[in-house]
Ligand binder design. Structure first.
Ligand SMILES: Nc1ncnc2c1ncn2[C@@H]1O[C@H](COP(=O)(O)OP(=O)(O)OP(=O)(O)O)[C@@H](O)[C@H]1O
Ligand SMILES: [Mg+2]
Length: 181
């Protein structure tokens, strides 16, 4: 789709909303409540990108106040579409609330301050990509803790989150076949 291509923004006087090492982030052309992140490098694999989408969906269903929703993740071109966060610079205390909330699910976050955006006295929201797993296969999430937390969700969120977790775990098993857990 056009909105995932860098050329759609170049030479049109569209300033990025933000930029990091990995991506340039623009307001989505057809929806001011969403942002499009255009990666500077190509994706590791389509599976890797899908795993990132599923994990982000699960974390958003469990903690919408900490993790903005994800609506698309493409690899050709390499891009992502997320819910836009309206807010400003956050404090360390606000960032710690996010880290603690997600650490309880076995998820570790990048501490770089620009990855956290807070609105007034609310905890910050983590806008950057959440890492799925390390090169050695170690997951950056605890499936058991996620299952436990998901059990407390109302339907249809519970069924949705469990379906995403099953797909995420299937991708993990395919990527790291030697892993027994
Ligand atoms: N959902 C969002 N809503 C509003 N602004 C956002 C959103 N996502 C990203 N941004 C803006 O774009 C900037 C860069 O985004 P992000 O941290 O995802 O990029 P990155 O290149 O992956 O970062 P890093 O350098 O940490 O790897 C953020 O600091 C923020 O200013
Ligand atoms: Mg960042």
């Amino acid at each position: 789709m056009e909105k995932f291509r860098r050329e759609s923004y170049m030479g049109k006087n569209i300033e990025p909303l933000g930029e990091g090492r990995e991506k340039e982030v623009f307001v989505s052309p057809n929806d001011p409540d969403k942002v499009v992140g255009i990666m500077k490098e190509s994706a590791e694999s389509a599976e890797e990108a899908k795993a990132e989408f599923y994990l982000t969906k699960i974390l958003h269903l469990l903690h919408p106040e900490l993790v903005p929703d994800i609506s698309a993740r493409t690899t050709e071109p390499n891009a992502v579409e997320r819910e836009r966060v309206f807010g400003g610079e956050s404090t360390f205390r606000q960032n710690d609330a996010v880290k603690d909330g997600l650490f309880a699910l076995g998820v570790k976050l990048d501490s770089k301050p620009s990855n956290y955006i807070a609105e007034a006295d609310k905890p910050a929201r983590y806008v950057d990509t959440v890492k799925t797993w390390l090169r050695n296969g170690e997951r950056n999430y605890d499936p058991d803790k996620i299952r436990e937390a998901v059990a407390a969700l109302p339907e249809p969120d519970r069924a949705g989150a469990l379906a995403y977790l099953a797909r995420l775990e299937a991708l993990h098993a395919a990527r790291f076949p030697a892993d027994t857990v």
